[in-house]
Ligand binder design. Structure first.
Ligand SMILES: Nc1ncnc2c1ncn2[C@@H]1O[C@H](COP(=O)(O)OP(=O)(O)OP(=O)(O)O)[C@@H](O)[C@H]1O
Length: 745
């Protein structure tokens, strides 16, 4: 009856009554929980009710987040625990060996157990290569898939076993990639508009962003553009805090940071860690990997996990680390940086075989001592206890804030992304000026070389040469610009798509539309300068067509750049691949290689060449209806191409087109082919971006993983076994999740 009344109230209340909805959802959750606890027999049924009831509460709680006065305040407290967490890496060769039953993989993490708690800042420390990043990524379900890594063990979120990604909340990467022309406030506002409930008033979103800016200590730089290598903007520390801010938009309970102080001076590094400490104090569970911080930063850590060669050497409160090592006979000298002291203590020194032997023995002693210590035993006992705990693959219930998709509709995504792309393009004056001056200078150089061409036989070759270099120059200019910029933008897009901020289609279409007017300018400027200088066909319609052909070609080359930029693993690879692909299209561009002489197996290549179609269209535009003076003195095209007129060369433009094998087509047809190539590259870019969404490696249950030889094969059956096993227990776990939801509302 209570359910019915509350459910009816939820249905009839308007959306504006979010607090009331949240309250009702919470009460319903509490009722379901109480009922569950008092009647174990009906647990399974009630779990369904509790889970369903939790949804309005969770939705309302999510919707209410922006009213949180201080970021972190009111987030559901989350304890993350891990048991027997191991990581193996195998190369392809080693995987083959494993298939044959032979051993062969490198172990990076060795059965680690521990916990990260709400309100505390946990630092993962250890020497270089000790496995900090691997552990952090494993805990955040952020280990990239298909890299040969295999994770085994168990992760628990508030005591509920978590499957891959459903406990991932926020992950701040080492590299900070942003739209360089947007200010701090614009970057955060855009993130808020894309990720916060669209029904919320703009004022609520803005006040959340304002709070975030002040919590992050970015008020002074609020209107400063982020900047990049070309344009000075935020400092490294400010960029890192902005990256943290972008992650905090979704009010995550758990915040993971990979080496947040790398590349920062000690002052900036301390400010970043102080921000993390503040976030932890506000209720977040903060985990970061860090390499040898200075003592004042070390003093900010609440908890410490020390790793050496993938094994735990200490895990517990940071202030108890030095007394622990002292008790083992390793005292930190007075006035010595404790972080440096522990780093030296747990590092393996490879400077000589004797020293290596000695340091390995010392580290092994520390690993054994930790396993035998009260802390190590407690972690092992907690891991053993977890084995008997309830499991559910639905860690989402415990957190209630993992979005299944973008919160903004497609039209809104498109509008917001269009605005962002437009700002980035139109504000990047330095890039525009560089591209403009490059196009103008090429046009002037070509104009000087091909100055006022006449109608002699020798000028036929000049005309063809000019049209070919105009096609190549236009294509290369657009390609190079795109492949140098797009891979960086793709990193931002991948990160935002991991946060489920938007879909690929609105992003790509908004980007292309925003670029349209600006990208037209460069080929037009080139054409406007080069055309009168060189004395090409003077008819206005031919001039207009010349500009149109170059513009379409510029877009097609940029689209090729997008495809290469989307497919290449990084900017360096894109810069290597792009021109190599373009070279093929230049060779089959109609000037260097007559299509009639191409081997039949390669005849399809000229049809795919964006240079060929542009060159063909430019030639038809220039030569159709043109007349040339026949050569009297034996120079000109006739030496290579005896047509008619008594071997004195080519009289009409049609002769030239026929010599080039371009006589059978028209500008309309050739531009149609170019447009199809353009469409193909856009479609290819879309498919690559869609397929390239970052995928992460799941953590396999240790027992199931041990039974199966092949990592990929192991994942599915193991997950299926867990699902089967938990069906009866789901009710208990769902009920256990309720207090978190109540807390959050
Ligand atoms: N994708 C990978 N392929 C092969 N080996 C890897 C991979 N990632 C990590 N490793 C290995 O795992 C070990 C731990 O690497 P990890 O990056 O986690 O260490 P780290 O403590 O974070 O080091 P650093 O402080 O230098 O970043 C290293 O020996 C490294 O070579």
């Amino acid at each position: 009856m209570i359910d019915f009344l509350l459910g009816t109230a939820v249905l009839v209340l308007p959306q504006g009554n979010l607090p009331l909805l949240a309250g009702i959802g919470a009460v319903k959750g509490a009722v379901a929980l109480k009922r569950h606890l008092s009647n174990k027999k009906g647990a399974a049924d009630e779990a369904g009710t509790a889970a369903a009831d939790a949804e309005p509460a969770a939705t309302a709680a999510r919707a209410l987040r922006p009213k949180t006065p201080t970021p972190g305040e009111g987030v559901p407290p989350v304890t993350l625990e891990w048991s027997n967490l191991s990581c193996h890496w195998s190369s392809k060769k080693q995987k083959k060996q494993q298939r044959k039953g032979e051993p062969g993989s490198k172990q990076i993490l060795f059965g680690l157990s521990g916990a990260a708690r709400p309100g505390r800042l946990l630092a993962l420390m250890g020497p270089s290569g000790s496995g900090k990043t691997t552990l952090l990524n494993s805990l955040a379900s952020h280990v990239p898939a298909n890299t040969g890594m295999r994770l085994t063990g168990e992760l628990y979120v508030n005591g509920v076993q978590s499957t891959e990604a459903n406990h991932r909340q926020a992950y701040v990467e080492q590299s900070d990639n942003f739209y360089s022309m947007l200010s701090v406030a614009e970057t955060l506002t855009m993130a808020a508009q894309l990720q916060m409930a669209p029904g919320l008033p703009e004022a609520s979103k803005q006040s959340y962003v304002d709070n975030l800016i002040s919590v992050l200590g970015l008020a002074k730089s609020r209107d400063t553009r982020v900047g990049d290598e070309k344009i000075r903007g935020l400092s490294g520390g400010e960029k890192k805090r902005l990256a943290i801010g972008c992650e905090l938009i979704s009010s995550p309970s758990l915040l993971f940071l990979d080496e947040p102080t790398t590349g920062l001076d000690s002052f900036q590094a301390e400010k970043v860690v102080a921000t993390l400490k503040q976030l932890a104090s506000a209720g977040h569970t903060v985990v970061c990997s860090i390499h040898q911080p200075r003592s004042s930063i070390f003093g900010l850590f609440d908890d410490l996990l020390l790793l050496s060669e993938g094994r735990c050497v200490y895990s517990g409160p940071a202030e108890e680390a030095l007394p622990y090592f002292e008790q083992l006979g390793h005292s930190c000298p007075a006035h010595y940086n404790p972080a440096e002291f522990v780093a030296d203590l747990i590092s393996i020194d490879y400077s000589s075989p004797e020293v290596e032997e000695e340091s390995k023995a010392r580290v092994q002693g520390l690993v054994d001592a930790w396993a035998a210590s009260a802390g190590g035993k407690a972690a092992a006992e907690a891991a053993a206890a977890h084995k008997h705990m309830s499991r559910t693959p639905s860690g989402e219930l415990a957190l209630g804030s993992v979005n299944s998709g973008p919160v903004a509709g497609w039209a809104r995504q498109f509008r917001l992304l269009l605005r962002r792309s437009w700002r980035q393009i139109t504000r990047d004056k330095a890039a525009a000026m560089a591209r403009l001056s490059s196009n103008v200078s090429s046009a002037v150089i070509f104009g000087a070389i091909f100055w006022r061409m006449q109608k002699k036989q020798s000028n036929i070759q000049d005309r063809m040469g000019l049209l070919q270099v105009a096609a190549i120059n236009t294509a290369m200019s657009a390609l190079v610009k795109t492949i140098t910029v797009f891979p960086k933008e793709r990193a931002i897009v991948n990160r935002e798509r991991t946060r489920k901020a938007y879909n690929v289609l609105p992003y790509l279409s908004a980007k292309l539309l925003a670029e349209l007017p600006v990208s037209c300018v460069f080929p037009l400027v080139f054409g406007v300068v080069v055309y009168p200088f060189t004395g090409l066909n003077p008819k206005p319609v031919r001039f207009a067509r010349f500009l149109g052909i170059l513009t379409l070609e510029s877009f097609t080359a940029a689209a090729l750049g997008l495809s290469v930029g989307a497919a290449a693993p990084n900017a360096d690879a894109a810069v290597a691949i792009g021109p190599a692909v373009m070279l093929v299209w230049i060779i089959f561009g109609g000037y260097y290689c007559n299509s009639e002489n191409i081997p039949s197996a390669l005849r399809w290549l000229p049809r795919c060449s964006l240079i060929k179609h542009s060159f063909e269209a430019l030639c038809i535009n220039e030569f159709q209806g043109a007349e040339f003076e026949l050569d009297e003195g034996g120079r000109g095209m006739k030496t290579e191409f005896e047509l008619d007129e008594g071997g004195r060369g080519m009289k009409t433009g049609e002769d030239v087109l026929s010599w080039l094998s371009f006589g059978h087509t028209s500008i309309r047809k050739t531009l149609g082919s170019e447009a199809r190539i353009l469409g193909f590259y856009y479609w290819l870019t879309y498919c690559i971006l869609r397929a390239g969404k970052p995928k992460f490696q799941p953590v396999e249950a240790a027992a199931a993983a041990a039974a199966l030889p092949e990592p990929a094969a192991a994942a599915a059956p193991a997950a299926a076994a867990v699902v089967e096993e938990v069906q009866d227990e789901a009710a208990v776990a769902a009920a256990a999740a309720e207090p978190v939801l109540l807390g959050s509302s």
